[in-house]
Design a binder for this molecule. Structure first.
Ligand SMILES: Nc1ncnc2c1ncn2[C@@H]1O[C@H](COP(=O)(O)OP(=O)(O)OP(=O)(O)O)[C@@H](O)[C@H]1O
Ligand SMILES: [Mg+2]
Length: 316
């Protein structure tokens, strides 16, 4: 890393010197030519020769101006590329920070709450056993097993999510791996459909979309009671990608908080991820007919960061 910085500094200094030299040559050559032309005795050069010298000086000044402009533009292009790369680094760092924040919230609201609950139940069971109320203690134990299963599932999901390396494997391969593991663990068949558009995303967009699909499939596992799910990533028009996660489960009424989870984050974080990419997010659900989560984003190809162009409906 240190070497990289040193090379960069050296190159910048060389470029600066070259630009300075070109600038002064451009400034000096035309007046010097004119001055030399005027200072020569009238008889020493014929009019044709004077014309030739003037043309040569003009051509030389033009060539120098061209080289100067070309070098300047090369420097500008390089600076622009560096600024873009730095911006991408910042975005990636932000995404990493958000992931950490989310993971800590997930652990706090999920596993940590469940463990607290488990400890309380353990105390209750101890009291029941001490009071020789074995039947009730058995029933409590059965419930406790359910809570432990939930903790196991939650932690398993978080660990799998952390391990996935989208930037190394690419979005489509990472998704295929995830879907295979999901089917194996939860016995819910998932059909994955992708086309070329899904392979053209920036690493950051790919990671955000991977997390979104993960979150949507976690909802299918936890809430849908579905027979199967489909995940589709396909081109939508010339420069958009549409992601749909659909299931044939029991559906729900959006806005209904009767599930008991006081701080549901899944749908909110999905929306936030899509909006961070300048895209549009939608959830459609009908009781007994299933749920359909849709995200539409502009394909953020290199050199066209799409977060400035928003597909999301403006508020109001
Ligand atoms: N595919 C689905 N099928 C049926 N109900 C769903 C589905 N997706 C979401 N829901 C309902 O919407 C609610 C909100 O989902 P959300 O993902 O935001 O929160 P959560 O899953 O309850 O909690 P968290 O994601 O924070 O662990 C769920 O509790 C559930 O009732
Ligand atoms: Mg959820």
């Amino acid at each position: 890393m240190g070497t990289g910085v040193m090379i960069h500094t050296y190159r910048s200094a060389t470029m600066d010197r070259r630009l300075l030299l070109l600038k002064w040559l451009m400034v000096i050559i035309p007046p010097v030519t004119v001055a030399v032309g005027h200072s020569l005795p009238n008889h020493s050069l014929g009019s044709a020769e004077t014309l030739l010298v003037t043309v040569l000086a003009t051509v030389l000044a033009l060539v120098l101006a061209y080289v100067f402009a070309e070098t300047l533009f090369r420097v500008l292009r390089r600076l622009q590329a560096e600024a873009l790369a730095r911006e991408q680094d910042i975005l990636t760092m932000n995404a990493v920070m958000q992931e950490r924040e989310r993971l800590s919230r997930e652990l706090h609201d999920g596993a940590a709450q469940l463990v607290a609950h488990l400890l309380l139940r353990l105390d209750t069971i101890k009291e029941l056993v001490n009071a020789d109320r074995h039947r009730e203690a058995d029933a409590e134990l059965e419930r406790l097993r359910g809570v432990a299963d939930e903790i196991y599932e939650d932690l398993g999901e978080s660990i799998t999510g952390l391990r996935t390396n989208v930037s190394e494997r690419g979005l489509v391969c990472a998704l295929q791996d995830y879907v295979d593991r999901f089917e194996e663990r939860h016995q819910i068949p998932v059909i994955l459909r992708t086309d070329d558009a899904a392979t053209q995303l920036s690493p950051l967009a790919a990671l955000q979309l991977f997390r979104l699909i993960q979150e949507a499939l976690t909802n299918v596992r936890k809430h849908a009671g579905a027979r199967q799910a489909t995940v589709t990533l396909a081109a939508h028009g010339p420069d958009q990608l549409r992601i749909v996660v659909a299931d044939d489960g029991q559906g729900f009424t959006p806005g209904d908080r009767s599930n008991g989870n006081t701080r549901p984050m899944g749908l909110t974080s999905m929306r936030e991820r899509v909006e961070a990419l300048g895209g549009a997010f939608d959830v459609e659900s009908q009781l007994n007919s299933g749920t359909r989560v849709t995200a539409t984003i502009l394909i953020p190809r290199p050199g066209r960061p799409n977060r400035h162009e928003s597909l999301a409906t403006p508020p109001g």
